[in-house]
Design a protein around this ligand. Structure first.
Ligand code: AMP
Length: 198
């Protein structure tokens, strides 16, 4: 199991230098076991990836954050951006892991200061996002973070907001990529790092 996980991570371009002891621990050798499939939520036809069991498991949570952050250690990243609401969970943790600040992208009417707005489409519906207009400086490099890359509409909207402020999307890091939905295509101009692919 350890060898298989090492080979998989190596293929994804991750450094394994500090990871052996993580994978030797029982219970977290497969993060997939901590993600619950919920059929027909929030509407018929959607297979929802429920990450709450993973969030509740300390070692699973820590390993997820580590594997999402690791490729970006020592890179020229100025800030992490995450969208409401699960992007806040992973985004804030990654910002902390990379010793940079966190910028929230929120649903309409939640941010108190002046905002930029962007409409986007989801696997199940449409919505709008907002970011504070002074949240990023022109030329800053941003790591964009979310839990799931599905159709890519959410991350594409975030990229537009980030670029609209004059900042650069350095890369995107997600825990889960739903490959069949081809969301990676929508953000193909950026490097996308996903820990788990389904
Ligand atoms: P999308 O814009 O289609 O890439 O959707 C990504 C956003 O919707 C992420 O913020 C996810 O939290 C959520 N999401 C979409 N599809 C799923 C799914 N099948 N399971 C869990 N979350 C999902």
């Amino acid at each position: 199991m350890l060898c298989a996980k090492r080979a998989q991570l190596h293929a994804e371009g991750l450094s394994l230098s500090c990871q052996d002891e993580w994978f030797a621990r029982p219970g977290i050798t497969d993060l997939r076991k901590l993600i619950r499939d919920v059929p027909d939520f929030p509407q018929p036809g959607i297979l929802f990836k429920d990450i709450t069991p993973l969030l509740a498991e300390p070692a699973g949570l820590a390993l997820s954050i580590e594997l999402m952050a690791q490729p970006f250690r020592g890179r020229d990243i100025d800030a992490v951006v995450g969208a409401e609401s699960r992007g806040f969970i992973f985004g804030t943790a990654l910002a902390n892991a990379l010793s940079v600040g966190f910028i929230p992208i929120r649903k309409p009417g939640k941010l108190p200061w002046r905002t930029r707005k962007q409409e986007y489409s989801l696997e199940y519906g449409t919505d709008k996002f907002e970011v504070h207009e002074d949240a990023l400086l022109a030329g800053q490099n941003v790591l964009l973070v979310d839990d799931v890359l599905a159709t890519g509409g959410t991350l594409e909207a975030c990229c537009r907001l980030i670029r609209g402020l004059g900042a650069n999307v350095y890369a995107i890091s997600v825990l889960i990529e739903l490959s069949a939905l081809a969301g990676r295509e929508k953000v193909r101009e950026y490097q996308v790092h996903s820990v788990l692919r389904y």
